[in-house]
Design a protein around this ligand. Structure first.
Ligand code: NAP
Ligand code: HSE
Length: 430
């Protein structure tokens, strides 16, 4: 390896670490011709050096000694691909303290400790890059920071979790059951170590917090994001939605509204002719609406070894250019926290599935309750009746969430209503 090679210490050689390592090996010449710099992985931290790997790596590169990476003065860049928020946080902090550049794919950490880590990096005159933390192989962080930097961003909306999109796609297109679809997503390396992070919407919430920080120039706490996952999505809702001309997707939505910022992650009925409806399997897509550019859509593989490795190595190339050529990219500027709107203030059409005893007066009662709250119904259909229990599907016109809540409180009290089985927000058909 030539004198000017950048020396890299990897923390982690799982799905993403293997992808990054393979790209550095395979595209060595290309990386060098594009940057004028060689890339050399000199050490790799793992928890079990004897484990069978998905990539061929010289055994002597593997270590369990963190200090041999963080305190090696030869290592220029530490690439954190372990996941988790405890050990990774301490290792990243230590790497920055030691004056090393850091690249990470860790959205949990960047969403919760990003401000602090950026501040520390600035103090030490180094940088932390995190393109792979959102959208896998799709460039999202840099476009928001650079190419769309002249815009006031009005809205970001999209599918930013590959695992849940894979599951919902399999349930919808192949009627596969939830657990089998999850097992496939795990086998393909999309799912987090703790899959509840994907299923309960945490992963998408972390990613939305990272994007919203850049889009709306505000500090964002993870609790600012209203979050609902997909574990309650029933195959019946998917079927009914299809009959009504919709598919169900886990959407992440951030909006810069008159009175503040709205941030939410939830399963949503998306019209079948909407571009997001055909984003399937592990693919992700994000709409960004800017006041100058209008709508821009980003689409690609949001998870997996090579797509995510692609973003990691692109960050490494930027880090290498800064270190070896002094080619500085912009730093994240500190931001005040803006007003975050509670979800009760937000407005959306809703899909509801109710189970009721099949008796006269139920439709009349529902019409009175919703009418009393000034909620206009787009449709109300009795889907089927089994064992004396009728399933009723309602779709409302746009309604403020606190008004819907008030109506549902009354619906719950009506003896004939056995259960409000599902409540989902709807993207209006155009
Ligand atoms: P993974 O397959 O579970 O790999 C984790 C790696 O880190 C393993 O090599 C493991 O060692 C090592 N490791 C974990 N804790 C360690 C510790 N305390 N000390 C030493 N080594 C440790 O995880 P992954 O899917 O590659 O994800 C890595 C990061 O990328 C996460 O932050 C994740 O959210 C993010 N990400 C993942 C994807 C994806 O598609 N998978 C996409 C975007 C972002 P052993 O191999 O010895 O067990
Ligand atoms: N678990 C994440 C997903 C990996 O399924 O999208 C990519 O961040």
């Amino acid at each position: 390896m030539s004198e000017e090679a950048i020396k890299i210490g990897l923390l982690g050689l799982g799905t993403v670490g293997s992808g990054a390592y393979k790209i550095i090996e395979k595209n060595q010449d290309l990386l060098k011709s594009r940057t004028g710099i060689g890339f050399e992985v000199t050490k790799i931290l793992v928890s079990n050096p004897q484990k069978k790997r998905r990539v061929n790596v010289p055994q002597e590169l593997l270590t369990t000694d963190t200090s041999s990476i963080l305190h090696d003065p030869q290592i220029d860049v530490v690439v954190e691909l372990m996941g988790g928020v405890t050990a990774s946080y301490h290792y990243i902090k230590e790497a920055l303290e030691q004056g090393k550049y850091v690249v990470t794919a860790n959205k949990d950490l960047m969403a919760t400790k990003g401000e602090e880590l950026h501040r520390l990096a600035a103090e030490k005159n180094v940088k932390i890059f995190y393109e792979a933390s959102v959208g896998g192989g799709i460039p999202l962080i840099r476009p928001l920071q650079n190419s769309l930097g002249a815009n006031r961003i009005l809205r970001i909306m999209g599918i930013i979790n590959g695992t849940t999109n894979y599951i919902l796609t399999k349930m919808s297109l192949e009627s596969m059951d939830f657990d089998s679809a999850l097992a496939e997503a795990q086998a393909k390396g999309f799912a987090e170590k703790d899959p509840s992070s994907d299923l309960e919407g945490w992963d998408a919430a972390y990613k939305l917090a990272i994007l919203a920080r850049l889009a709306f120039d505000s500090a964002i706490d993870i609790d600012d994001v209203h979050r609902e996952g997909i574990s309650m999505v029933d195959i019946r809702d998917i079927q009914y939605a299809k009959e009504l001309g919709f598919t169900i997707k886990l959407l992440a939505i951030g909006e810069d509204l008159e009175k503040g910022i709205a941030l939410k992650v939830h399963p949503t009925l998306v019209p079948l002719n909407h571009p997001l409806a055909s984003v399937n399997h592990e693919f992700n897509a994000l709409f960004v609406e800017g006041d100058a550019v209008g709508e821009v859509m980003f689409f690609g593989r949001g998870a997996g070894e090579m797509p995510t490795g692609s973003s990691v190595v692109a960050d490494l190339m930027d880090a290498a250019r800064e270190i070896k050529l002094g080619d500085k990219s912009p730093s994240l500027q500190p931001s005040e926290k803006r007003n975050i709107l509670p979800v009760s203030e937000l407005v959306s059409p809703f899909y509801l599935r109710l189970q009721a005893t099949d008796e006269p007066g139920v439709f009349g009662y529902l019409a009175t309750v919703f009418g009393g709250e000034n909620i206009s119904l787009d449709m109300i259909i009795q889907k089927r009746s089994e064992g004396g229990i009728a399933e009723i599907v309602l779709v409302t016109h746009a309604v403020q969430e606190k008004k819907l809540e008030a109506a549902l409180n009354k619906v719950h009290k009506f003896a004939a209503i056995e259960r409000v089985a599902s409540v989902y927000r709807v993207i209006e058909k155009k």
